[in-house]
Write a protein that binds this ligand. Structure first.
Ligand SMILES: Nc1ncnc2c1ncn2[C@@H]1O[C@H](COP(=O)(O)OP(=O)(O)OP(=O)(O)O)[C@@H](O)[C@H]1O
Ligand SMILES: [Mg+2]
Length: 252
């Protein structure tokens, strides 16, 4: 099962990715977290790790990937990065950091001024996910960049299930409805997780969303807020995450 976590900027995608990963690993699943966000540097800290080297380097770096994309575009062909399937165990150790049963892979970050757009990262994420084959006890959690550009790039093509993290804001609710529409159009199951909620915001949010798709609710939590502010590992256990994992286990 490859689970993609998406939503508005700052809604809590990385937080939910990290908490889900730790909980699933605690239950004996082999978890690979894939950081596809080219801009942010928080997820690895929330998992208590250093940032692994860009996986894109394995394919010649960003310049080489950009050239590949241009060439495919010139020829009017789909970009072809892989001629073979990948398994989690075949990812070179150099690009993986591991802690408490959770493996972390980072597709690539923007490092320098003027280095160009993030299209090559999107293409690599999409192709890698499509070509990654999982064993029964393995699960992949894909943390994405904010918004819906990854839908435009087709990253969801390689995923089995989509989770939208929704925070209490009008923009987040509207974006989540758009994501639901996109996910349904590609026939992927889609669930909402309400995050940073209180009693008042919960009621308003539930009025806007298809309630059957609400798979979890995480209240505003001081401990999460403080740990993230300090760049610390999220080592807390939340009942709300445990019941979400129970629900997902029924899907997987
Ligand atoms: N349930 C929660 N309670 C309190 N604070 C939270 C909660 N969930 C997330 N946060 C805080 O909200 C901020 C954004 O969280 P996070 O980085 O997970 O969001 P994101 O969606 O990944 O953001 P980005 O779009 O920038 O990648 C962080 O400071 C985090 O600590
Ligand atoms: Mg994030």
């Amino acid at each position: 099962m490859k689970i993609l976590i998406c939503g508005k900027g700052g809604s809590g995608k990385s937080t939910v990715s990290a908490l889900l990963a730790r909980s699933m690993a605690g239950r004996g699943r082999k978890v690979l977290v894939i950081d596809t966000d080219e801009s942010n540097f928080g997820l690895h800290r929330q998992l208590g790790m250093e940032l692994p080297p860009d996986f894109m380097n394995r394919f010649g770096g960003k310049q080489a990937m950009t050239e590949r994309l241009r060439e495919a575009f010139r020829r009017g062909e789909a970009v072809n990065v892989f001629d073979q399937k990948w398994e989690v165990d075949s990812i070179p150790d150099d690009y993986i950091h591991t802690k408490d049963g959770v493996k972390l892979l980072a597709i690539g970050k923007i490092h320098d001024f003027g280095e160009g757009c993030a299209c090559p990262m999107g293409a690599l994420s999409r192709e890698f996910l499509k070509n990654l084959e999982l064993k029964d006890d393995e699960v992949v959690i894909v943390d994405t960049d904010a918004g819906i550009e990854h839908f435009g790039r087709g990253v969801e093509d390689g995923c089995d299930l989509i989770i939208v993290v929704v925070d209490p804001s009008y923009e987040s609710l509207k974006l989540s409805l758009k994501i639901e529409e996109l996910a349904v159009s590609i026939k992927r199951p889609v669930y909402f997780i309400l995050n940073k909620i209180d009693d008042e915001s919960r009621g308003i949010m539930l009025e806007s969303l298809n309630q059957e798709r609400v798979a979890g609710e995480i209240p505003s939590n001081r401990e999460i807020f403080k740990a993230s502010l300090e760049g610390r590992e999220l080592d807390m256990r939340l009942d709300e995450i445990e019941s979400l994992v129970d629900k997902l286990s029924m899907e997987t």
